[in-house]
Design a protein around this ligand. Structure first.
Ligand code: SAM
Length: 240
């Protein structure tokens, strides 16, 4: 184990995660595939190894600081891009059944390669818009936990993501620094979509020092039939 991996193991431990040798190997394979494929397609602006481990891998795992994965079975990650936060979660919590949804086919192709190379057999990657996939019976009102990182502002994300959550389940939006305007704007969509904002947890990346926020919501009622609206509408005319 080298210094970067040692640091990552310690950071994961602060989240209650004990990584095995096999899991560290999977993270390293993921890193290599990410950098290799990033030369052919735009997956991430962050390629330096220590930065990928902290800003992508550790950051994705911070969700474990606010939910008990041992009590959850299913996760949908909306707009996963190169696989964040879902692939690190799949590596760290192999019992989770994970559905990834992304609108870009080339990113799904990359994710299929990653899940196959890493042997992540509980992950399914779907090419499609959240607004359309959320209308499919097998994905609507189904998931224990839904995540989205760096996809859209909260009022838009609520309409993309809450339809996937089962009643009583959770939606966690992973956000960067300044949130107050977004939170205010999202109040109407929480009410409209039958969800309640429970907590906004502020975190700091351990080495880099940048602030992050986890916006934690509980779905209290099934999503009304009219939501999500047609693909493109939530972004163009957010529920505000
Ligand atoms: N979550 C990743 C991360 O944190 O690195 C990716 C973020 S990337 C900026 C946003 C991703 O959301 C893109 O891969 C894009 O294709 C996807 N996306 C945007 N709108 C979407 C929608 N309506 N349905 C599904 N995916 C969407």
């Amino acid at each position: 184990m080298d210094a970067i991996q040692q640091q990552f193991v310690e950071q994961a431990r602060t989240l209650g995660i004990e990584l095995s040798e096999r899991q560290l190997e999977q993270f390293e394979m993921y890193y290599k595939l990410l950098v290799e494929w990033n030369e052919k397609m735009n997956l991430t602006g962050i390629t330096e190894r220590s930065a990928v481990y902290e800003k992508h891998f550790y950051d994705s795992l911070t969700i474990a600081g606010v939910v008990k994965f041992a009590e959850l079975n299913s996760l949908a990650d909306i707009g996963s891009g190169a696989g964040f936060p879902s692939v690190p979660i799949a590596i760290a919590f192999p019992h989770m059944r994970i559905t990834i949804v992304d609108a870009l086919a080339k990113r799904i192709k990359f994710l299929n390669e990653v899940t196959s190379e890493l042997g992540l057999s509980t992950v399914v990657s779907l090419h499609g818009r959240a607004e359309e996939v959320a209308r499919m019976k097998e994905h609507r009102d189904q998931y224990d936990l839904v995540t989205a990182r760096a996809v859209a502002r909260l009022a838009v994300l609520n309409e993309f993501c809450l339809p996937f959550v089962r009643t009583g389940g959770m939606f966690i939006a992973m956000k960067g620094t300044d949130l107050s305007a977004e939170l205010d704007e999202a109040k109407f969509s929480f009410t409209k979509l039958g969800a309640k904002l429970v907590e906004v947890k502020k975190l700091t990346l351990p080495t880099e020092g940048a602030d992050r926020h986890l916006v934690i919501c509980i779905k209290q009622q099934a999503t009304p039939n009219e939501y999500p609206r047609k693909a493109g509408i939530p972004l163009k005319t957010p529920l505000v």
